[in-house]
Ligand binder design. Structure first.
Ligand SMILES: Nc1ncnc2c1ncn2[C@@H]1O[C@H](COP(=O)(O)OP(=O)(O)O)[C@@H](O)[C@H]1O
Ligand SMILES: [Mg+2]
Length: 242
């Protein structure tokens, strides 16, 4: 099966030649569609940098990134913007909602960028908010919602364009344990419905809920473990065959 993502010897170096920081070195990995992947590692190990590259928010300094066999490095700026808007959904530790917009308006935003007409926007955003259990909070502003509810709005916003891939950077980092678990089970439902999910975390309990765990140390992959076979790899005989 063709992987959704194929990184080949990705490097990312920050800063000028006087004080360069090698945030990622020689990162090669494949992610198959439908998988759930945790990226673990200590603070400063390159997790957010890797997630930013996967989401095309950042450009690697070296190496190749193939998305569905297409080289991301050769895509134009509008193509990349289209990718970020339509193919990826982002979830961040601090929710990143716009404070002056209601829950519904926040969720509609990616559809506005995608130039969808207002009626359709409203219908899709409403469906996404229902899906995350916030049907009764649509006209609330972020400061009228709990942290867990704000993160649900952020997940609805990430889902509203029906992306292939959800990228979440420490999505439970600002939440208490119970609320964090609810957010994880929501992301698990999203994955069960077919969306590929990649979560950056430094919490081992969270990583254990994912099928695959990649560990970074000083910008390099130091382990890559699979908890259970991917549902699409029915028999080991077929593993590795297209
Ligand atoms: N914009 C930046 N400019 C310079 N250095 C950066 C920048 N972003 C991250 N770094 C450095 O790159 C390394 C990896 O950072 P990051 O990917 O944020 O790690 P993590 O998410 O695992 O904590 C760290 O040494 C960090 O200081
Ligand atoms: Mg980080």
């Amino acid at each position: 099966m063709m992987p959704l993502i194929r990184l080949d010897r990705i490097g990312r170096c920050y800063g000028g030649s006087d004080a360069p920081v090698q945030a990622l070195s020689d990162v090669s990995l494949e992610i198959v569609a439908g998988d759930s992947v945790a990226i673990m590692g200590p603070s400063g190990s390159g997790k957010s940098t890797l997630l930013g590259i996967l989401g095309c928010l950042d450009t690697p300094s070296s190496g190749s990134y193939l998305l569905r066999e297409e080289e991301v490095g050769r895509m134009s700026k509008p193509e990349l913007a289209e990718l970020r808007c339509r193919r990826f959904g982002f979830v961040f530790q601090n929710f990143n909602l716009l404070p002056r917009l209601t829950a519904l308006e926040n969720v509609e935003l990616p559809l506005a960028y995608a130039r969808q007409r207002p009626g359709l926007r409203r219908a899709k955003a409403t469906t996404a908010l229902r899906r995350v259990g916030l049907a009764d909070r649509m006209s609330h502003y972020p400061n009228q919602l709990s942290g867990g509810q704000q993160q649900r709005v952020a997940i609805a916003r990430a889902l509203v364009n029906e992306p292939d891939l959800i990228l979440a950077d420490e999505p439970t980092g600002a939440l208490d344990t119970m609320t964090g678990r609810e957010i994880l089970s929501l992301l698990d439902e999203v994955n069960a419905a077919g969306t590929t999910v990649v979560i950056v975390t430094h919490d081992r309990d969270i990583a254990e809920t994912m099928r695959r765990t990649i560990t970074l140390t000083d910008g390099r992959i130091t382990s890559d473990l699979r908890a259970e076979p991917h549902p699409d790899s029915k028999s080991p005989i077929w593993a590795g065959f297209p």
